[in-house]
Design a protein around this ligand. Structure first.
Ligand code: ATP
Ligand code: MG
Length: 295
């Protein structure tokens, strides 16, 4: 398998009844870790370049949604993959438990407010999908309410896609064992201990319920214009290379056009730079004569 195919390999086929259990969280292709890390560096450069073009074009935008169970690696993706881009045109939005104000509105209200502007890339660390995941698993609203949200999400994403937002949705797929291993590493690492919460452990009891809720998301909200990718994420470097590859391939396929300059470049050069050049030459001549006089 080569990187070029990650878009097809990890894309959940639209209209299918793919389940999370159909994907192997441990998958790492034929990559060695060293080669993958070198590739990530090259992809980071490409991403940075493409983002600058998108920013200059200012016609379309990119939304990257990251979903995972706890310790799935969302923060790692934000740091390693997306950290390469210019923060001026790139924004991360974290969606935690809704505030009272947010709960007093429709569930998409806080999402709408964070959608990317033209030219911008927005990364959602958790997203509107929490409203059919944690909300469903813990019965935070009645089934009659959450079950209507799949259609509402599809309408929302369709509207934004039609308005020029390209949407990519990634589920970072780790195994239950790998999750426990990462929690243990957090216990051992003074820099990461602050992340531990008891709910991380109690949520493990709902693992199967979350899987079922994700299966429904993949089946019901996976339109052509807002695809889901299930990324094998037990190996952090493989997760990063796969996501970088898919983001770069997507930006490349957008055929971004940097706008033509609005001024006559030759005239600008003649008007401002030739005078500066003459000035520079004159000063250089002056210095040369000065040096000669001192000899
Ligand atoms: P980490 O992986 O570092 O723990 P996190 O994204 O889990 O990061 P936390 O502050 O631990 O961040 O948890 C945020 C919590 O907010 C999650 O448990 C998530 O399910 C919950 N949450 C997000 N959106 C909603 C929502 N719409 N309704 C209820 N809970 C939500
Ligand atoms: Mg958490």
């Amino acid at each position: 398998m080569t990187g070029k195919h990650y878009v097809e390999d990890f894309r959940v086929p639209p209209g299918s009844h793919t389940r999370l259990s159909d994907f192997d969280p441990d998958f790492k292709g034929r990559h060695s870790k060293e080669k993958a890390l070198a590739k990530i560096d090259a992809l980071r450069e490409k991403m940075d370049d493409l983002q600058q073009k998108l920013f200059a074009e200012r016609k379309r935008s990119l939304l990257v949604c990251l979903q995972a169970l706890d310790a799935g690696g969302k923060d790692g993706v934000v740091k390693h993959v997306i950290g390469s881009m210019n923060p001026d045109g790139c924004r991360v939005a974290n969606f935690k438990e809704p505030t009272q104000e947010e709960l007093a509105h429709d569930f998409l209200w806080r999402i709408e407010a964070q959608m990317p502007k033209r030219g911008e890339i927005a990364i959602f660390n958790r997203s509107h999908y929490e409203d059919v995941l944690v909300v469903r698993v813990h019965n935070l609203v009645p089934k009659a309410v959450w079950s209507q949200r799949y259609g509402q999400i599809n309408d929302f994403e369709r509207r934004h896609a039609a308005n020029g937002t390209v949407i990519l949705k990634f589920f970072l797929h780790i195994s239950k064992d790998e999750q426990l291993k990462r929690f243990e590493q957090r216990l051992d690492d003074p820099a990461k201990r602050w992340k531990i919460s008891e709910s991380d452990y109690t949520e493990r009891e709902y693992w199967d319920d979350y899987e079922r809720a994700y299966d429904d998301v993949l089946a019901k909200c996976n339109a052509e214009q807002a695809p889901w990718f299930v990324i094998p994420a037990n190996h952090k470097w493989f997760r990063d290379v796969a996501i970088s590859e898919i983001i770069v391939a997507t930006l490349e396929s957008m055929n971004i056009q940097v706008p033509k300059p609005t001024v006559d470049l030759e005239e600008i050069r003649r008007k401002y730079h030739s005078a500066l050049d003459e000035d520079k030459h004159a000063k250089a001549g002056h210095r040369r004569r000065g040096h000669a006089a001192h000899r």
